[in-house]
Design a protein around this ligand. Structure first.
Ligand code: THU
Length: 129
């Protein structure tokens, strides 16, 4: 099942707008509604103002009416494995559980599978959420 998510992430990477970093990234989320939501990184001339592939996919999921990340795949064509950046770990965590699977992919498929808790251990937690 994770292979279809890898293919969705790889397909999404083709939509990256990354003329400044030249580092396209793709992400694909399977949500609790069974649907797959995808995203790519989107940069702009004020380079730090751009955003990552993961929040693009999260935005698609939220606007599609879903709330829960069941599993997520991430791919960057220039890295054998692209671990989500620190900010993305927190963003994914907002909609994930400790056991949510994160698939790190290369151009051929899933190369490493991690849980949310492994990706963001000892995470910020309060009684608010
Ligand atoms: N990037 C992502 O899309 N996801 C990550 O988890 C790491 C970094 C993007 C941001 C920027 O457009 C490019 O990769 C180079 O940092």
């Amino acid at each position: 099942m994770s292979h279809d998510l890898f293919e969705a992430a790889r397909g999404a990477m083709a939509f990256a707008h990354a003329p400044y970093s030249k580092f396209p990234v793709g992400a694909a989320i399977r949500a609790e509604d069974g649907k797959v939501y995808t995203g790519a990184n989107i940069e702009n001339l004020s380079f730090p103002q751009g955003w990552c592939a993961e929040p693009t996919a999260i935005s698609a999921m939220i606007m599609g009416g879903a709330k829960k990340i069941v599993e997520i795949a991430v791919i960057a064509e220039k890295l054998a494995l692209c671990p989500p950046c620190g900010g993305c770990r927190q963003k994914i965590s907002e909609f994930a559980s400790k056991g949510t699977k994160i698939y790190l992919c290369d151009e051929t498929g899933v190369k490493k599978t991690m849980t949310m808790d492994e990706l963001l251990p000892f995470s910020f937690e309060t009684e608010l959420g």
